[in-house]
Design a protein around this ligand. Structure first.
Ligand code: NAP
Length: 216
């Protein structure tokens, strides 16, 4: 299986790319610059020299040449990035891992876009793309440490059943993650906003905690 990732050259996008590649999924690590993507892929491979990681350098445009594409751009840039790629994302599954937050003093606050979530903004911008969300609550440092098994629940939602099912399968290809179907995109807002709570917990308790749902 091959997937593409848009703007995957940052710490969180790179970590998810690495984790998926460690699960034998080919990942095109998209960037505005092919040169930058080549460098990031080389750096990720250098950290794990004993692993044969199927990470492929790519432009963001090339990363869109897949049935499933993950968006790892920062909230403030993601809509501009996606708008430029809109013709390439027609009928594709687009998994947003984007969180919208801002720092106020020493606390992170959720930033609530006018449609309630970044995912809803994406869906409105790209009406012929099937938007879902995943990976919001996974701390990048833990995800990037592929020598250790992750243990966390990943909350997934989408208005498109096929997109939701494909996102669940993708997340469950990573050992230790449990993918939970949370229904439609109306739930994307609370899921994205919960990240600020989790990051504040991690700051206060000096931890890299992820999320787990009890009783399911
Ligand atoms: N930090 C975490 O633990 C965590 C966990 C879960 C989800 N997330 C979310 O995952 C996403 C990625 O996080 P990150 O820390 O990896 O992001 P980042 O480093 O801030 O940005 C990722 C990439 O986006 C592109 N980019 C940055 N600014 C841009 C701009 N103004 N215009 C166009 N492209 C721009 C750059 O790629 P190129 O220059 O290569 O194009 C950059 O390397 C974010 O939405 C974040 O909220 C983070």
């Amino acid at each position: 299986m091959r997937i593409g990732m848009i703007s995957a050259t940052g710490p969180a996008g790179g970590a998810v790319a690495l984790r998926l590649a460690a699960s034998a999924i080919e990942v095109q690590v998209g960037s505005r610059s092919l040169e930058k993507s080549r460098q990031v892929v080389a750096d990720l491979r250098d950290k794990w020299p004993d692993r044969d990681l199927p990470l492929l350098p790519a432009t963001n445009e090339e990363a869109c040449d897949n049935e499933l594409v993950i968006c790892a751009a920062p909230a403030e840039a993601c809509l501009d990035v996606l708008y430029k790629l809109r013709n390439l994302l027609d009928n594709k599954v687009l998994v947003s891992m984007v969180n919208a937050m801002y720092m106020a003093g020493k606390q992170l606050h959720p930033w609530i876009p006018s449609r309630g979530s970044m995912a809803a903004e994406m869906q409105a911008l790209l009406p012929t793309t099937k938007v879902s969300i995943a990976f919001q609550h996974l701390p990048a440092a833990k995800v990037a440490d592929i020598g250790n098994t992750l243990k966390a629940d990943v909350l997934i939602c989408s208005d498109d059943t096929e997109a939701r099912d494909q996102t669940v399968s993708l997340v469950e290809s990573i050992t230790g993650l449990r993918a939970l179907n949370c229904g439609g995109l109306a739930n994307a807002g609370p899921i994205e906003q919960m990240t600020a709570v989790l990051v504040n917990l991690n700051i206060i308790y000096k931890a890299h905690a992820a999320l787990g749902i009890l009783g399911l």
